[in-house]
Design a protein around this ligand. Sequence first.
Ligand code: ZN
Length: 370
Amino acid sequence: MPVGTQGTVKAMSQEELADIGFGIILGNTYHLYLRPGHELIDSIGGLHKFINWNGNILTDSGGFQVFSLEHIRKIGEDGVLFRSYVDGSYHKFTPERVMEIQKAIGADIVMAFDECAPYPCEKDYAAAAMNRTHEWAKRSLESRDPNQAFFGIIQGSVYPELRVESAKFIASLDTDGIAIGGVSVGEGKELMMKSVEWCVPHLPENKPRYLMGVGTPEDLLDSVVRGIDMFDCVLPSRLGRNGSLYTTYGRINIKNNRFINDFSPVDPECNCWACKNYSAAYLRHLYKCDEILASRLATYHNLHFYGNLMERIREAIEQGRLTEFRKEFLAKYRKHRASVHDEIARQEISNGDSRNKHSHVGQCPPRSES
Ligand SMILES: [Zn+2]
């Protein structure tokens, strides 16, 4: 799912997203509630109509944002009091309120209100946040609109016992899907994959599993082989705007001098609109001149790369050759670049938001484009 925090995937039109082949995008309850307001969205018939998107929309519950952004906030058992980053006004999110807002937005899939514990996090706090998340999941479920699909969120930080307990609890609820939250918050790849491994054995086979805020192409593959179905991540769009492009042979920095005279496409094996029509040298030139088209072409290409990767993963699963596909893909992808680049990319998700730059170490990054 491309991330469209403010009702837009940055630099892309909805027609372009459909053209790439995406059937679902992510919106953000917290941001849309503050601007333009869920009532306004409701008054014209919901977010689909407002942004002219015929595909599906999943809205994040806003829990991640109210807990991760550097705002004055007060956490109680009932909900969270926070200040708007737009105008400083005070607001309160409770599970019921968040469900009401997501109903007004009219998403196809809504998420339970949860507390994402920061990383690093003491076990006592992680347990308290998990217990609150469980209570809130029950209350979210009770107040959800049955016409919207509902996903619960597993928490538990990096503690195996908590992850297992949370997975079992969320799996026991009557949800349409299950998300693993509280990952990709600075814990690093190894612990992120462990969190997945602790949770997955306790999840039902018949419900989609969504790993929130992940990740690099390698993360996607590594998670799918562990049993994950759905992802959202700002990386392809955010890195695209910064001149970092995903290719069959690894991630490149288009601003590099080696592309000055490279009139071939950014990725010779890509058949996207950008690669079919424009050269690496032209894209580099656009970046050097700070032209808007640079962001558009790079975002289009990167999203296409991600969409195409997931499509090929689905094909490989159908053909019973996922392991072989993963090997083939990674052999090429890692050919020219060490995988350390993707570890850096993952850190960029954790640290990349300018609004979050004053936050202390260990706070969650916004799972949104901002
Ligand atoms: Zn391309």
